[in-house]
Ligand binder design. Structure first.
Ligand SMILES: CC(C)=CCC/C(C)=C/CC/C(C)=C/CC/C(C)=C/[C@@H]1[C@@H](COP(=O)(O)OP(=O)(O)O)[C@]1(C)CC/C=C(\C)CC/C=C(\C)CCC=C(C)C
Length: 382
């Protein structure tokens, strides 16, 4: 049984210009880091596989360029209009994602508002396929949403919430590609309900969550004292998104099954002697527990890989990111506490545990130092 883990880092093929924005202009080679088998320590080995849809390298390139004053249209809005628009975004974020919202309160006002605007756009995008109007979903709806995204980036927002994002993209060096990729993830979601391998699932996770990492790095800001390459910070942001999404998937296996969806690699299910019918039967067997242990270890692998990137962010941005990392990790602990029953139970981190996370994350953010990879032993307690 092959129990290796992979994380995928995009490398441009030599024939491809890094600034090329066309989705279909060439093949990207991707490097897959294969983590050690369970119970065996050791150095990660690497494999090269074709994976043409992950746009990290080009996004890093474009987002790292200093914005010239005329590079993005500067829309003219009434001052009150924009402050009302951001306030609406803040209220939505506070309502639907309290932890993200709390985390933004330490940031500068400009960054805080930018995260709210991005959050709201992501929430609305996800709601197209997951929300109350999901029954009206079609590829035409997603095409229309993508046109609207281009309007946002061209300074012609459709409504107030879009206007907040238009303002945000005019202030920060944000590339449109991760936003388009998230829409691509929603397309994928409408087209398939099974993933043959972890490679396929990874691509989905990149689309719907890794992209959030790429969108938010320019807002969070990289510390001036950072000593690691910018690309590594983006990789860490991507891994945090992947870890979060894998965790969401593991938490929601039972709920997704009720909708006829299985976001688990089919080949790995088979390796553990499991099939779709075992997911739908809602019975937790010993095989299922073993399979879940494996999936949880992989999600943790991504969180661990994200850690070093958090310390490279600007100080005020580290706290919210640590909070999100620690909290999502705790969902994995909760699945274990439920004896791996994610078929009939939804793993939950209680209010008190959540609140206790905030000072822990705060301490962590004070002690993480961008100049070293030093990890205070506190990590191990969390
Ligand atoms: C402060 C902070 C962490 C900010 C990020 C806020 C933000 C813009 C979030 C967008 C989330 C969103 C609505 C995405 C749409 C797709 C989706 C639903 C993805 C899942 C999110 C969790 O949502 P929830 O639990 O509410 O999901 P359901 O209601 O069950 O559908 C995801 C699991 C993805 C979340 C991914 C991230 C927050 C990315 C984290 C990475 C960073 C913030 C980069 C940090 C930088 C470094 C260097 C590590």
């Amino acid at each position: 049984m092959n129990l290796s883990f992979s994380s995928v880092t995009a490398k441009p093929c030599s024939t491809r210009k890094p600034c090329c924005s066309s989705r279909r202009c060439g093949v990207i080679r991707s490097e897959v880091n294969v983590a050690p088998k369970q119970r065996r320590g050791g150095v990660l080995s690497k494999q090269v596989v074709p994976l043409s849809d992950i746009h990290v390298q080009e996004v890093v390139h474009r987002q790292s360029q200093i914005m010239s004053p005329c590079s993005k249209p500067k829309p003219q809005f009434e001052p009150n209009f924009l402050s009302d628009a951001y306030e609406m975004c803040g209220n939505i974020c506070a309502e639907y994602a309290k932890t993200f919202y709390l985390g933004t309160l330490l940031m500068t006002e400009e960054r805080q508002k930018a995260i709210w605007a991005i959050y709201v756009w992501c929430r609305r995008t996800d709601d197209l396929v997951d929300g109350p109007n999901a029954e009206y979903m079609s590829s035409a709806v997603l095409d229309g949403w993508e046109d609207r995204l281009h309007d946002i980036f061209n300074g012609q927002p459709y409504d107030m919430l879009d206007a907040a994002l238009t303002d945000t993209v005019s202030k920060f060096s944000l590339d449109i590609e991760p936003f388009r990729d998230m829409i691509q993830g929603m397309r994928m979601d409408t087209m398939k309900s099974r993933y043959n391998s972890f490679q396929e699932l990874y691509l989905y996770c990149y689309y719907v969550a890794g992209t959030v990492g790429l969108m938010t790095v320019p807002i969070m800001g990289i510390a001036q004292e950072s000593v690691i390459p910018v690309q590594s910070v983006y990789d860490a942001a991507l891994y945090l998104g992947i870890g979060n999404q894998l965790t969401n998937i593991l938490r929601d296996v039972g709920e997704d099954a009720l909708r006829g969806r299985v976001y688990l690699p089919q080949d790995e299910l088979a390796q553990f002697g499991l099939r779709d019918k075992d997911v739908f039967s809602r019975k937790v067997s010993e095989r299922w527990r073993k399979f879940m242990k494996y999936q949880i270890t992989r999600a943790r692998f991504y969180f661990n890989r994200a850690e070093d990137g958090v310390s490279q962010l600007e100080k005020a941005s580290r706290w919210p990111v640590w909070s999100s990392l620690i909290l999502y990790r705790k969902i994995l602990d909760a699945i274990e506490d439920n004896d791996y029953d994610n078929l009939t139970k939804r793993a939950y981190v209680g209010r008190t545990k959540k609140l206790l996370t905030l000072p822990l994350a705060y301490t962590r953010s004070l002690y993480s130092n961008p100049k070293t990879k030093f990890r205070p032993s506190l990590t191990r307690l969390i």
